[in-house]
Structures are given as structure tokens and as C-alpha cells.
Design a protein around this ligand. Structure first.
Ligand code: 5AD
Ligand code: SF4
Length: 449
């Protein structure tokens, strides 16, 4: 860390969007800390503000635009002293437009240009606009160490970009081609976290981790290697694409005690016609088959998903197939969205044919169904035992602690003397709502400290 006196400036980060963006913010924080900037937690203390942005749906972009409006006042007060940067997917998608439309933006930096951030800041300080939105075929930032300042969980990006070109998705355009970070560099970073001792859970990240490939070493090999570094660190991963999901990955999850029995696997739509128009490259039958294999190979596995309603041309019958698939799989959690047209994608040319009210109605019914299933799944957990990684105090206070179960569900339980964040405790589930489990600690020493 940099002391106040010799810092080049104070930088504040604000992050929107997916876990990958949060991981990238830590990467840029690491780059700037090394370049003698101090990272601050209060925006009013900052002379540099970086907004890490998301383009996945229109409302994500609108949120950032309104945030930028809010920053106008601050910019007016501080003038040239304040540098405002936009990083991430919106920087890539909107490039110069962003600077022309939002006069207060001084730096625009795309996801593959983060090494260039110190130079771009210098340009901004000299009164020029600093823009770098070049995408790369190779950049994995493998030699850089992100700045992780708090918490017991860490994100670790293992691959970048996406080559799938689902027809609705802007990611292949904003994050560029798929590339994997070498196994050795992922393992070294894991070893470093193990030596430092604070981090107790690592989530391996990529848009599509199953197509990970480091000169023939597949994702299952990476999982095995990372899990073996420190058996007291829990391992998770996201996101998986059904088409690349090998049984080797399922075996790695089954055979390594410290890999959480939890899989996030988007299905997006239940009707084959829609899946084809989305270029998802699997059928509903293949997806259901994969889920059956998961449940068979990893008894008790927890499964979550992403799904959207209102893709161009989606009929009532197509939508029924989505509901039906959700009834069959009974996901523990689902992230549910209304389709949002993204310029430049293939689906953009198909128009936005499903009226907003129909989308809203379909989404609401989907949410209602999933809420019921989540609730029932959680009720069925009452009486079972789970491992929970303690993250801190529960919002309700009263000495209650909170953490996530192996199956990635929030859990609260009465704390006991000596328990602290980072401890992995075994609990018995005593109650449940749709989103939270209540538990009691089983009388044992913490598994790790
Ligand atoms: N509209 C709505 N949802 C989208 N997603 C991706 N692109 C769009 C879009 N254009 C959803 C998908 C993906 C998740 C991260 O966001 O479900 O899995
Ligand atoms: Fe987007 Fe599809 Fe790639 Fe996921 S797999 S990032 S939805 S293109």
C-alpha cells in the first residue's frame, strides 16, 4: 500500500455488472497501487474516479449514465483536479461517443487495455482525453496481482472473452476473443493467497470456464490443480456453458472435497426453436440430460441458472417450455431477465417483437414459480448438515453470523465465542425462507481457522 504522503493521487472505484467486472476492478486497483496511487473508499476524497461498467442490458447502461450525471456536481467543484474514467464493457461499446456525450469523462479504457491506465491518467492530467479500447487476442493479465483488500472470498479470473456469439449477447463484442490464462499462473496466485492466509474461498471466473484450454490442459485439469493447492480453501467456478460441460469437470467436483457442490449453468430458454435462434448450440433435451448427469454423479448438487423471457419471436408455447423446464430441473436459484436488444448483435436485426407488457408478465410468472421452488428446495434442507464459511455478522445483529453454504445459499446462525470471518463451520439447518437458511452450529471445533 502507498502512504498518503507519497501517493500520486487517490482513486475511487465504482463497479457495476458481473463478478468479472469486480475482479477487473481489483486488477486495475492493483495496477494503480503499484504505480503509487492510493485506493480510497470515500468518493469525496478522490481525485480519480473509475466507473467499471456493464453493457449486458440497456438498464445496466442507463444506470451508469445517470450515475455520470450525478458526478457532474463533483466535477464542477473539483474541475481539472478530478479525473473521471469509464472502464469495462461500456467503454468498449461506446468508445469516443462516451467522451463526446458525457463531457465529464476524461479516460475511456476497454477490458484489454488496463495495463495502459497509468498512461491514460497522465494524458488526462495534461488536459487531453485518454482513450484505449483495443482488444487483444492474448491479454490475460497473468503476471499481475489484483488488489484484494477485504473479505474472505476472492475472485480469480482464469479466462477472458467469449467466442460463443449467442445472438442476444454483447459480450463477444465488448470483451473480445476467448483466451485462457496459463494453469501455472492461476496456481501461483492461489499459492500466494494460501500463504497470506486471509482468503478462504476462491471463485474461478470466466464467461465460459468450460472451454478453458491452456495448450491442451482443460478446465477439469485446472480445477484439480487449484483445489490441490490448499485443501482448506473452498473452490467455486462460474460461468458454465452447457455445450462444453464435460464429465471430467463433474468428476473433479465430485472427487475434491474442497470444490463446492454447486454449479451455475444458464439455460436461457426452454424451447428448441428459441435455443436455436439464440445460437446456444444445445437442445432442451441435451440440457436436461446434462442436469440429470450432474444430479446422478454429484448427489445433492445445487444448481442455479440464467434465463430470459421475450427473445424475438418467443411465443406463448415457447414460454411454456421455459416454465416447464424450470419445473423439471427445480433450480435452487435463477437469475431471470427480460430480453434487451443490443445493437450490433445478430438478434438486434430480429427486432424487439415481444411487447413490454408481455415480457413483464412472463417475467413475473417466472419469478413467482422460481420463488416457490427455491422455498420448497430450502424447506427440504431442514434437518440436513452443511458447511458454512463465516463472512461476518448477520444484518439482524443479536450475535448472529452469516455466510454461504457449500450450495451457495445465505445462511444465518447464532455465533459462538471465538468464531470469526474465515472459519468454516458445520451447521444443521433449522429453518428456511426462499433466500436464506437458518441454522445451528454443530458442536465441533471450526474446521479451519
Ligand atoms: N438481454 C437480456 N438478458 C441478457 N443476458 C445476456 N444478454 C442479454 C440480453 N441482451 C443475460 C443472460 C446471461 C446473463 C449474464 O445475462 O441470461 O447469461
Ligand atoms: Fe454471452 Fe453467450 Fe458468451 Fe455467455 S456464452 S458471454 S451469454 S455470448
Amino acid at each position: 500500500m502507498v502512504s498518503m504522503e507519497d501517493a500520486k493521487g487517490k482513486v475511487y472505484f465504482e463497479t457495476y455488472g458481473c463478478q468479472m467486472n469486480f475482479s477487473d476492478t481489483e486488477l486495475v486497483a492493483g495496477i494503480l497501487a503499484k504505480d503509487h496511487y492510493e485506493v480510497v473508499q470515500d468518493i469525496n476524497d478522490a481525485d480519480l474516479i473509475f466507473i467499471n461498467t456493464c453493457s449486458i442490458r440497456d438498464n445496466a447502461e442507463q444506470r451508469v449514465f445517470s450515475r455520470l450525471q450525478h458526478l457532474r456536481g463533483l466535477k464542477r467543484r473539483k474541475g481539472k483536479e478530478l479525473v473521471v474514467g469509464v472502464m469495462g464493457c461500456m467503454a468498449e461499446r461506446l468508445k469516443k461517443d462516451l467522451i463526446e456525450k458525457e463531457k465529464l469523462v476524461d479516460v475511456v479504457v476497454g477490458p484489454d487495455a488496463y495495463r495502459d491506465v497509468p498512461r491514460l491518467i497522465q494524458m488526462a492530467k495534461l488536459g487531453e482525453k485518454g482513450i484505449n479500447t483495443l482488444l487483444s487476442l492474448e491479454e490475460t493479465y497473468e503476471d499481475l496481482t489484483p488488489l484484494r483488500t477485504e473479505g474472505v472470498s476472492a475472485w480469480l479470473t482464469v479466462m477472458r472473452g467469449c467466442d460463443n456469439f449467442c445472438t442476444f449477447c454483447v459480450v463477444p463484442f465488448t470483451r473480445g476473443r476467448e483466451r485462457s490464462r496459463p494453469v501455472g499462473s492461476v496456481v501461483s496466485e492461489t499459492e500466494l493467497m494460501s500463504r497470506e492466509g486471509r482468503i478462504r474461498e476462491i471463485t474461478l471466473l470466466g464467461q465460459n470456464v468450460n472451454s478453458y484450454n491452456d495448450n491442451g490442459r482443460q478446465f477439469a485439469d485446472l480445477l484439480q490443480a487449484v483445489a490441490a493447492v490448499d485443501r482448506s480453501i473452498r473452490i467455486r467456478f462460474a460461468t458454465s456453458h452447457p455445450k462444453d460441460f464435460s464429465d471430467d469437470v463433474l468428476r473433479a467436483v465430485r472427487d475434491n472435497e474442497n470444490i463446492c457442490k454447486y454449479i451455475h449453468i444458464p439455460f436461457q430458454a426452454g424451447a428448441n426453436r428459441v435455443l436455436e435462434a439464440m445460437n446456444r448450440t444445445y437442445t432442451r433435451e441435451e440440457y436436461l440430460d446434462l442436469i440429470a448427469r450432474m444430479k446422478q454423479m454429484i448427489p445433492g448438487v445445487s444448481v442455479s441458472t440464467d434465463v430470459m423471457v421475450g427473445f424475438p419471436g418467443e411465443t406463448d408455447e415457447d414460454y411454456e417450455q421455459t416454465l416447464d423446464l424450470m419445473r423439471q430441473v427445480r433450480f435452487d436459484t435463477a437469475f431471470m431477465f427480460k430480453y434487451s436488444p443490443r445493437e450490433g448483435t445478430k438478434a438486434w436485426k430480429m427486432g424487439d417483437t415481444v411487447p413490454e407488457e408481455v415480457k413483464a408478465d412472463r417475467l413475473q410468472k417466472l419469478i413467482d414459480l422460481q420463488e416457490r421452488i427455491s422455498y420448497e428446495n430450502n424447506q427440504n434442507r431442514i434437518g440436513t448438515t452443511e458447511f458454512v464459511l463465516i463472512e461476518g455478522e448477520a444484518p439482524r445483529g443479536d450475535g448472529f453470523l452469516r455466510g454461504k453454504t457449500d450450495s451457495n445459499i445465505f445462511c444465518v446462525f447464532p455465533g459462538e465465542p471465538g468464531m470469526k470471518p474465515g472459519d468454516l463451520v458445520r451447521v444443521r439447518i433449522t429453518g428456511a425462507t426462499g433466500h436464506t437458511l437458518k441454522a445451528e452450529v454443530l458442536k465441533e471445533e471450526p474446521v479451519t481457522t
